[in-house]
Design a protein around this ligand. Sequence first.
Ligand code: GYE
Length: 372
Amino acid sequence: MKKKVVSLLVAAMTVASLTACGGSDAPAANQEPAPAPAEKQEAEPASAEKQEAEPAPAESQAETPAPAADGEVISVGFAQVGHESDWRAANTKNYQDTFSAENGYELSFVDCDNDHAVQIETVRGFIEQELDYICIAPIQSAGWDTVLQEAKDAGIPVLIVDRAVDADPSLYTTALGCDMVAEGEAAGNWLAEYLNGEDANILVIEGSVGASATLGRTEGFNNIVAQNSNWKVLDSQSGDFTQAGGQEVMESFIKSYSDFNVVVCQNDNEAYGAMDAMDAAGITYGVDGDVTIISFDATHDGLQYTLDGKITCNVECNPLQAGFAEGVIKKLQAGESVDAWTLVVDEAFVAPGITSNYAITMTQEVLDGRAY
Ligand code: GYE
């Protein structure tokens, strides 16, 4: 993609104005302070309508022309994880819709097919093309320091989106996404409430190895396991966030374990595969079955299973996050400072007939309102 002179000028102006705010010699785009828990900004809760309403407040919009208003096109590179799940498909569509030509953007979208090396090279390519902004949904949390330093040296603002990186926050401009540890804890807290003292023999189908979504959900759930001495995690294996992976892992669990009453799937697609495996083996699940299934994402289809009483608890992770990224970019364009971290808030849902302090009871109305 060709670099436009006007973009260079605007980037230089952005650097200058941010440098003025930050008061340091380091490239301005990366000057935001390390995230401080107390300063966490809670984004609007997860609903499509609210998401649409999210971009910059009216006054700052009045002062700041829309990106395309002066004819300038803002180039944005998005190094996406891949296409492993329904959640990911919804997230990709949301970025493509938001960063459209119509809205004044030139989006370079790359599906990195769950390959960390490809993702690093993709980011490197964006740096070489001197794009105005780079969004990264990191496949794995480790291994980012070198390329983030390269982006910082090139003065290109980097937004870490959806998943987190295990890197010094001074190497990137901002991060946004759901709190994966909190999601895991919500699942565990709900289970403790639901089982009400009953023993749990638990099988976990984890997400992709090394992904912050996997690490966080596992850590959060294990925090609650540690509080329940009559719970046992029999096994925990990666299903790579795919339906095929979920089915394969569940089939192997069924061969190895005969006495389990809880299956935790770290996303909805894995849950579909696990249900296929249990159907084939004649194992019953859901509110009327022998096995309780917990899932994550709460996509439309996942919540249909929750409404049907098959997935008993489904912990949301909202994929409609591009509006938050665009809000950050608009602020940077206007020379404003941005928050180090934006939390996309989640809810959890439970099957009809269950009431919970940790989750909303599913209804047809909730399902009808689900845009992804
Ligand atoms: O749960 C899963 C996807 O990073 C939160 O990635 C995301 C996860 C999501 O593949 O379905």
